[in-house]
Ligand binder design. Sequence first.
Ligand code: NDP
Length: 315
Amino acid sequence: MSKVEHIHCLIIGSGPAGYTAAIYAARADLKPVLYTGLTPGGQLTETTEVDNFPGYPKGITGPILMEDLKAQAERFGTQVRFGLVTKADLKSTPKRVWVDETIEITADTIIISTGASAKWLGLPNETRLRMNAGGVSACAVCDGFFFKGQEVAIVGAGDTAAEEATYLAKLCKKVFMIVRRGEMRASKAMQNRVLNTPNIEILWDSETEDILGKDAVEGVVVKNHKTGESKTLTVTGFFVAIGHKPNTDIFKGQLDMDDMGYIQVVPGSSKTKIEGVFAVGDCFDKTYRQAVTAAGSGCMGALDAERWLATQPVH
Ligand code: NDP
C-alpha cells in the first residue's frame, strides 16, 4: 500500500480565494499545498477584462490575473498541484481527503476554496449538444470565437449575461438575449452597455423551450410567457449565463450549508463548524462573489488557519 502523504495546510481550489490563502499561508510558513481542481485559476480564466480588481488601473485579463496570483503564491513556497479532490473526511484527526479518487492525503488544516460552477437550464437538447461540442456553451469568452459572423442566443440577465452578450456582439452578426422577466438583474452600467449595442436584441419575458439541431445548434424555440407566443430563432450558438452553483457536494453532510449548497461560516470569519476547516471565496459567499472579495476571504482563511494551528499541540 502506498504511503499516505501528510500536509500541514491543504488548500482546495485555485481561484482568487485559494491563491490568496496560499500567499498568506506560505508567508506564515504553513507550507501550503494547493490542489487546483479541474479548472486551474477558476472562473476568472473564463472572463476577458477585469476592470475592478484593485491595483490594475488599466484593467487586466482574467487569465493573466490568475497566472500572477499563482506565481505570487509559488514565490513564497506554495506547492501548486493539478488534481481534483473527490472525497473528504473532515471529522477525522488529522483530516483526510482523496485526490482523483486514488491519492489519500491527511491534513492538519484545510482551507476550502472550491468556488462555484455554471448553472444550466436542464433541457435535454442543451445537455446533449453541450456534451457533443455542438454549440452550447456557458463561456462566451472561451467559445464565442467559433461563432464569428454568425447569429447566436444567450440566456440570462445578470452581469455575466450582460458582459457575455456585449462580448459576443463584437464577434457575431447578431445576439438574441433571452430574459425571463421584464427587467434585468445586471448593474445599470452593464444594462446600458447592452441596450446601447445595436446588434443585441432583447427578448423580454421569454423562456427557452427547446434547442434545435441534431449535431449542432440550428435554432432555439423561445416562448414569451406574457403573450403565450412561441417563435424560433435561427442561431448557431447558444450561450447560458444564468448563475452558478457552489462546488461543495463532497462536503455535504459534514459542513453546514444553506439550501443552495453554500457553506455556512461563523459570521465575520472563515470558520466552518468543524475545527481547523475554513471556507473562503464563492463556495461560501453568495452575496458579493467578486474576485476581490474572494481574495479578501482567502486572506481571512489563511489567518484563521494560522491562528487555529497555533492552538494545536502538534504543528
Ligand atoms: P446572477 O445570479 O447575478 O444572475 C443570473 C441571471 O440568470 C438572472 O438574471 C436570472 O434571472 C437568470 N436566470 C437564472 N435562472 C434562469 C433560468 N432557469 N432561465 C432563465 N434565466 C435564468 O449571476 P451572474 O453570473 O450574472 O453574476 C454572479 C455575480 O458575479 C453577481 O454578483 C455579479 O454582479 C458578479 N459579476 C460581476 C462582473 C463584473 O463586475 N465585471 C461580471 C460578471 C458577474 P432573474 O433575474 O429573473 O432571477
